[in-house]
Design a protein around this ligand. Structure first.
Ligand code: SF4
Length: 151
């Protein structure tokens, strides 16, 4: 696991460590619990699930939600549009795992859903997409641009 940490007023938090229940995450973000569940159902974010299937979020997911809110409120995108944009991320280039035109890889062929939310995943999936640099790298709208124009 990466060691990226952020300083809270009293202690350091691992940016990727799931620590917030859905109630606390919704309070911190100023969005409803329903909205957070919906973002996940729509394939835009993932959450860590406990043994009892409770959703837990990290600071990374909180930033992702902020970015999604911005795309909706400031750029007028809807879920479908955001999903399609995210599905264009060239993960094979970021991970340098397969050829540019690997038709066997679901990440390459999927045009409607981000790779982390497709059922079949990519050719070389991480056990948990939350640990993958492709999912982790997309925190802001600028990241999306960097990814899409990656040579
Ligand atoms: S491991 Fe998951 S997030 Fe990473 S490229 Fe594969 S499907 Fe996408």
């Amino acid at each position: 696991m990466d060691k990226k940490t952020i300083k809270n007023s009293k202690f350091e938090i691992n940016y990727y460590e799931p620590i917030y229940t859905i109630g606390i995450a919704s309070e911190r973000l100023g969005v409803s619990v329903h909205t957070l569940r919906q973002y996940e159902t729509e394939g835009l974010i993932l959450s860590h699930k406990t043994n009892t299937r409770r959703r837990i979020y990290s600071e990374m997911e909180l930033d992702k939600v902020r970015c999604i809110k911005k795309m909706i409120q400031e750029q007028g995108l809807n879920f479908e549009g955001i999903r399609q944009l995210m599905s264009l991320i060239p993960c094979w280039k970021i991970r340098t795992c397969c050829d540019n035109e690997d038709e066997e890889c679901k990440s390459y062929t999927s045009r409607k859903t981000p790779c982390w939310s497709t059922k079949e995943k990519c050719k070389y999936p991480y056990p948990d997409c939350r640990d993958c640099e492709v999912y982790r790298g997309l925190i802001s709208c600028d990241d999306l641009k960097k990814f899409l124009y990656k040579k």
